[in-house]
Design a protein around this ligand. Sequence first.
Ligand code: GTP
Length: 185
Amino acid sequence: MVVRTSSKRIVRILLVGDRGVGKTSLILSLVSEEFPENVPNKAEEITIPADVTPEQVPTNIVDFSLAEQTETELDEQIRKASVVCIVYSVDDEESIERISSYWMPLIRRNHPDSTCPVVLVGNKIDLIEYSTIDNTFEIMEEFSEIETCIECSAKTLKNISEMFYYAQKAVLHPTAPIYSVEKAD
Ligand code: GTP
């Protein structure tokens, strides 16, 4: 007997990351196609209808702000997410270090089976003239659920739609191994 599950699903993209890295700006830049000069603490949850997404799947984009929300709410949002984008600021080394010291352990605590894909997003590339991608390779090796890394700028709109597309793709076409040999005993 073949059991079919519904092919209709909603992709829920959650943006997390240290304060001031540009999470809200990224979402508002995507929606309005221009850089917001005045940014609220948190963007409203956004639903993008299937027919305007590259993968034809309805997509919710969720912002998180510790200025307005508690750590318990953060845990809850991480558990509900189909993919988590960890945003860091390319000109702020500490925000990169905190990916492995804080954000990935937090995501793993909420998804102990490591099934929630993660995308690393280096924002504010308009501020530097080099790439931080090399710095993320080690982190990607350590945490196999990190699907990919992308650098972008909410200010110049560079790679903004690509970043959300990568997040969607990480859910619909994951490349991370679904079976880890290391864990098999
Ligand atoms: P919290 O709500 O505190 O967690 O911050 P956030 O991560 O949502 O950052 P937010 O979008 O509020 O942006 C923080 C600051 O960075 C603001 O002054 C933005 O204008 C600025 N900013 C955001 N994105 C960019 C970018 O791509 N380039 C530059 N130069 N500045 C940016």
